[in-house]
Design a protein. Structure first.
Length: 144
């Protein structure tokens, strides 16, 4: 992993937005650990980084259940933590709380859209902004 050599600005937010921030990958892994443990607590087998869901570009979602979750479909998720104050989100974040997570979830749905079209998977993007806003879920809850 490359180390960041950028200077921290007056606002001090570089560590949240920089792709080379040392703690970024660890925080992502810890969030996925929490998600998989929550799913396993329901007596459903789940795994992180399922190799069977490898895309053509060699990317895969963060996790999936090994047992059907609901309606005979497997649950697949991908976690992300967009920086609320990143230049790419700042204009929207200033006017609408949670807008960075909403935009990021929409991008994840597009990225993994082929999973849902197969009819075998329910894909759920999980986005939590750095300033704690969660996206408003279109699908409030999945039946179990």
């Amino acid at each position: 992993m490359r180390m960041c050599v950028c200077e921290v600005g007056q606002d001090g937010h570089l560590g949240l937005a920089c792709r080379h921030s040392a703690g970024r990958h660890r925080r992502h892994a810890l969030a996925n650990d929490v998600i998989v443990l929550a799913i396993r607590s329901t007596d459903v087998h789940a795994e992180l980084e399922p190799s069977r869901l490898l895309r053509d570009d060699l990317k895969r979602p963060d996790g999936a259940t090994l047992d059907p979750w609901a309606r005979g479909k497997y649950l697949v998720w991908d976690f992300t933590c967009p920086d609320t104050l990143a230049p790419s989100h700042l204009n929207r974040s200033a006017t609408a709380s949670g807008s960075a997570s909403v935009m990021t979830e929409m991008k994840k749905r597009t990225k993994y859209g082929e999973l849902t079209t197969s009819g075998h998977y329910d894909f759920i993007p999980v986005a939590v902004e750095t300033l704690r806003s969660w996206a408003q879920k279109q699908n409030k809850s999945l039946p179990r």
